[in-house]
Design a protein around this ligand. Structure first.
Ligand SMILES: [Mn+2]
Length: 320
């Protein structure tokens, strides 16, 4: 698979790299890293990263301004995005000459002349490392930093179950090869404003936990404003609710008045949750999913569905 992708990259003079809307460090690191790699290997190629820029992750790098008229002559590589409607900056993939999909989410839309989709991989950044080391693409120090941040972020510092010996080996090789100062990168990834820490304290205090092991919290616009944070903040904190004895699945609902929607972020340490979110305008991984909903009535329905998933999981696994 890596060899075929390399061949396509070699054949095309214009390459555009895209990822999902509302990007995270894996989405940004994989595209921004791969751009640098392609430019280092083939300096004459024109390579662009598209999608909205984010101030939150500006330390990962910048996106490019691209004239859509070049799409028809370009190879599009879509990273970290399972479905067509969530590709940032692309309305119709048939605008492009050719398309490659590289992803580690469970497949939703099958698209691209090459699809490298493997949901056992920790991150797309890991897949890009494999792409580089299994082909003639050249690793760079700049890319290594971005790829490291994306992988560390998606695995929550090598904590999640899809972190494997292969993950450790390839990261170790990359650090050896490029001498990145990786501990210094944690500061960018994990330093947070006090307002967000205080919101986290509020969330711990006010988490409601059902008998079946569902933890949930509703953050209205009023609460969010009282902490002087934005509606995306609770979603960034959701991973910090792991390892609570009484909680199997946990979900945050954050009202986003500007976008007229409620952001839903769900995590699990056992029950499979993405099917529930797929029924509510969302989706994601087995143990990490999200959605955007319109009303607090729909919130109740998600709470009920997730609670049932917890109940069934407890029954199946004979958990008291
Ligand atoms: Mn990812």
């Amino acid at each position: 698979m890596e060899k075929e992708i390399y061949k396509k990259i070699k054949e095309n003079e214009i390459i555009i790299l895209a990822r999902h809307i509302g990007p995270d460090p894996d989405a940004l690191g994989s595209t921004i890293g791969l751009k640098d790699i392609i430019k280092a290997t083939f300096p004459k190629k024109e390579v662009f990263v598209i999608g909205a820029s984010t101030s939150k992750f500006k330390y990962i790098g910048n996106v490019d301004k691209v004239d859509k008229s070049i799409f028809k002559d370009a190879l599009l590589i879509v990273c970290d995005t399972p479905d067509l409607k969530r590709i940032d900056g692309v309305n119709d993939i048939s605008d492009f000459k050719d398309v490659i999909k590289i992803d580690h989410h469970p497949e939703i839309d099958q698209f691209g002349s090459i699809r490298w989709v493997d949901d056992t991989k920790s991150s797309v950044c890991q897949m890009i490392m494999e792409l580089i080391y299994n082909t003639k693409l050249k690793m760079t120090k700049y890319a290594a930093e971005k790829l490291f941040m994306g992988l560390v972020s998606d695995t929550n510092r090598f904590l999640f179950y899809y972190t494997t010996a292969d993950t450790m080996r390839i990261v170790s090789k990359m650090i050896d090869d490029t001498h990145i100062n990786f501990t210094a990168l944690y500061d960018d990834l994990y330093r947070r404003p006090l307002s967000e820490i205080r919101l986290q304290g509020y969330m711990y205090q006010n988490l409601i936990v059902t008998e079946n092991g569902l933890g949930y919290i509703k953050l209205t616009d009023e609460i969010i404003r009282s902490f002087d944070v934005d509606p995306a903040s609770s979603g960034n904190l959701v991973n910090n609710f792991n390892n609570i004895d009484e909680v199997l699945v946990w979900v945050t609902f954050s009202e986003d008045v500007k976008q007229d929607q409620i952001r839903v972020n769900v995590r699990s340490r056992g029950p499979i949750i993405n099917k529930v979110l797929e029924r509510h305008n969302g989706g994601g991984h087995k143990y990490a999913s999200g959605a955007r909903i319109k009303t607090f009535e729909e919130m109740e329905s998600i709470i009920n569905d997730l609670d049932e998933v917890c109940l069934n999981y407890k029954k199946e696994n004979k958990i008291k």
